[in-house]
Design a protein around this ligand. Structure first.
Ligand SMILES: [Zn+2]
Length: 91
């Protein structure tokens, strides 16, 4: 996995309203953790409010990617069902 791919996964996950975002380990009221490219084949998560850092491995990233995709699909299905329901009611 390249750093670009890692950042893409994290950014998508953190912007998904259907999952709980990764937050600061010091204070959960801080803004969501942001990916930082450390070069050297490593991306870490960092709190931009206090500098808290969290290391992540590719196994964890793969899990995030899967969760992100599944929840987005679930959200889409739910929206479709709601639309259908509204349609039926209106008709
Ligand atoms: Zn913080």
């Amino acid at each position: 996995m390249t750093n670009q791919e890692r950042i893409k996964i994290i950014t998508s996950f953190q912007s998904n309203p259907l999952v709980h975002p990764l937050t600061c380990g010091v204070n959960s009221l801080h803004q969501n953790l942001a990916p930082v490219d450390c070069g050297d084949d490593e991306v870490i998560l960092k709190c931009l409010d206090c500098g808290y850092k969290q290391h992540i491995d590719d196994e964890f990233l793969a899990l995030l990617a899967e969760l992100d995709t599944r929840q987005r699909e679930f959200g889409k299905t739910r929206e479709d069902l709601l639309k259908q329901h509204r349609y039926v009611k209106e008709y």
